[in-house]
Write a protein that binds this ligand. Structure first.
Ligand SMILES: Nc1ncnc2c1ncn2[C@@H]1O[C@H](COP(=O)(O)OP(=O)(O)OP(=O)(O)O)[C@@H](O)[C@H]1O
Ligand SMILES: O=C(O)[C@H](O)COP(=O)(O)O
Length: 398
């Protein structure tokens, strides 16, 4: 029996209003959803609930809006993308609480699907404010959490609701927890982690903890620049958080004490502009021009990363090695992803990857299906890895 209640325990839900927390925080490029994996993953839960006659009311956040409602962070375009992926109508209400939401819910028939506007348009959501949670709960009889990737947040829609309504894990939440436990509950060593992406500031705690748990940590992407700068390398105009140099140094000290190897780029693909087809060259990391930006790790670094992948029994990956959305800065991420996928297919590696952009990058490389497991979660995935409690999961436990 699962430690948390699943849809197997939900009983008769025909005609019931089921509030389903999903993660629709999907990558959007030029107004279009550029990777629909998170939407695809919630489809089974929605189909199952709708098939049982429930009124399926989706709750989600999008981005990190700071000042209340704004068109930039509206879920309305995502409702259309969700309808396309599900192959069925998805109604949209321009508020997640109050009369607008209430009337949209009242108009639902059995089996209908409705998406409510971004929960983060209310600051109270992130404060897990009980009064706001009650207003969300007013539209539901049952709560299903299918957003593992937002379960590290103790917000009204991820944690608070489970205290007010009978609550269950959705199929994706269930699958994520089961697969992560199977793959990484007690990982086979050596464990190598690849952490890339844009910024160190968003992943400091994760890096601090990871160096104590893994045998080697490969740092790529924009965040490698902060580490390189901390070591005294001039990274030109590259994305770099110079004020975090002391933190990066501390992470390297902790890694040395824990016996975790830190692998930083030895070369980089450098351009003067951050745009597709920009003129670029590969240079040694000590030769980055003052007006250049490192937008990908170079070929020698890719070879080194390949060697670490070959040594690993378990690989954990979060964050791309370069600005993979823009060609040709996708080369290193694609090469490393294909290398890891081939080792996995050969039965020599357990490979687990997580992160919205990471999933998009693996799809771009055409190998997402070849990894042992690809989690749609970013922060939640890494926090799970560190053994931190996930409020959205803990509250579902029996
Ligand atoms: N060298 C670089 N310079 C600038 N940006 C970079 C660089 N390398 C990677 N990036 C950017 O990092 C971003 C992805 O990083 P992020 O940390 O968000 O990944 P993730 O954890 O998989 O995603 P998510 O936060 O969506 O779960 C991409 O948009 C990519 O363009
Ligand atoms: O994209 C994610 O990792 C989740 O949707 C959580 O988003 P957040 O980091 O803005 O809370």
């Amino acid at each position: 029996m699962a430690v948390f209640k699943t849809l197997d325990d939900i009983g008769n839900i025909s005609g019931k209003r089921v509030l389903v927390r999903v993660d629709l925080n999907v990558p959007v490029t030029e107004g279009k959803v550029s990777d629909a994996t998170r939407i695809e993953r919630i489809a089974p839960t929605i189909a199952e609930l709708s098939g049982k006659g429930a009124k399926v009311i989706l709750l989600a956040h999008f981005g990190r809006p700071k000042d209340g409602p704004s068109p930039e962070f509206s879920l309305e375009p995502i409702a259309r993308a969700t309808a396309e992926v599900l192959g069925r109508p998805v109604a949209f209400a321009s508020d997640c609480i109050g009369d607008t939401a209430g009337s949209a819910v009242a108009a639902m028939d059995k089996g209908d699907v409705l998406l409510l506007e971004n929960t983060r348009f209310y600051k109270a959501e992130e404060k897990n404010d009980p009064a706001f949670t009650e207003r969300l709960a007013a539209n539901g009889d049952i709560f299903v959490n299918d957003a593992f990737s937002a379960a590290h947040r103790a917000h009204s829609s991820t944690e608070g609701l489970a205290h007010l309504l009978p609550s269950f894990a959705g199929r994706t939440m269930q699958a994520e927890l089961e697969a992560l436990e199977k793959g990484l509950g007690n990982p086979v060593r050596p464990v190598v982690a690849i952490v890339g992406g844009a910024k160190v500031s968003t992943k400091i705690d994760l890096l601090m903890n990871l160096v104590k748990k893994v045998d080697a940590l490969v740092i790529g992407g924009g965040m490698a620049n902060t580490f390189l700068a901390a070591r005294g390398t001039d990274v030109g105009k590259s994305l770099c958080e110079h004020d975090l140099a002391p933190t990066a140094k501390q992470i390297m000290i902790e890694a040395a004490e824990a016996g975790c190897a830190i692998i930083l780029p030895v070369d980089g693909v450098v351009a003067k502009e951050f745009k597709a087809g920009a003129a670029c060259e590969t240079v040694a990391i000590s030769d980055v021009p003052a007006d250049g930006m490192i937008l990908d790790v170079g070929a020698r670094t890719v070879t080194t990363i390949g060697e670490w992948i070959d040594r690993a029994a378990t690989l954990v990956w979060n964050g791309p090695l370069g600005a993979f959305e823009i060609e040709p800065f996708d080369h290193a991420t694609v090469a490393a992803a294909r290398h890891a996928a081939a080792r996995t297919k050969a039965g020599k590696l357990v490979s687990v990857a997580g992160g919205g952009d990471t999933v998009a990058a693996l799809n771009h490389a055409g190998v997402a299906d070849d990894f042992t497991y690809v989690s749609t979660a970013g922060g939640a995935f890494l926090e799970w890895m560190e053994g931190k409690p996930l409020p959205g999961v803990d509250v579902l436990k029996r």
